[in-house]
Design a protein around this ligand. Structure first.
Ligand code: RP5
Length: 161
């Protein structure tokens, strides 16, 4: 199975959040790779990753970063592969800093920005799967089944706990 999704993050400390994207892709049988790529600490690694992304067959890049979170936007500037951004929840500003850093891209270089934190990371996995499912019917069926199972798990009415 060739790797079509790259999950990149600015730091090892982002992995517990970004693992939620990987978990979804595991559930849906989507091959992915993981890599630490920091806009500030390893800019050359960022440049090389972006430059080679299309040639290596990547179809979606999920990029998570926190604080001055320039990784998703810089990656979007370097490759036409769609970038899904995940704002990491930070201690100082609860991830609002990450969100604003990622979402406010100038016209021309979009980043599909998810919610702050683990829900955003999980949704990034689902977003990547949805994109791949536009040209992979079998994956589309697995994604439909995943969504149906989630809907079926929601009770009709609340109960006293
Ligand atoms: C960002 O700085 C990373 O994405 C991470 O969210 C944040 C803090 O990194 P560490 O100091 O924990 O390595 O570049």
């Amino acid at each position: 199975m060739s790797v079509k999704v790259g999950i990149i993050m600015g730091s090892q400390s982002d992995w517990p959040t970004m693992k939620k994207a990987a978990d979804i892709l595991d559930e849906l049988g989507v091959a992915y790779e993981t890599k630490i790529v920091s806009a500030h600490r390893t800019p050359d690694r960022l440049w090389t990753y972006g430059k080679e992304a299309t040639g290596r067959g990547l179809k979606v890049i999920i990029a998570g970063a926190g604080g001055a979170a320039h990784l998703p936007g810089m990656m979007a500037s370097k490759t036409r592969v769609p970038v899904v951004g995940v704002p990491i929840q930070t201690r100082a500003l609860s991830g609002v800093d990450s969100l604003y850093s990622i979402v406010q891209m100038p016209k021309g270089f979009p980043v599909a920005t998810m919610a702050i934190g683990e829900a955003g990371a999980a949704n990034a996995g689902l977003m990547a799967a949805g994109i791949l499912a536009t040209f992979d019917d079998a994956l589309g069926e697995r994604l439909d089944a995943w969504r149906a199972a989630l809907a079926a798990s929601i009770p009709d009415a609340p109960v006293d706990e």
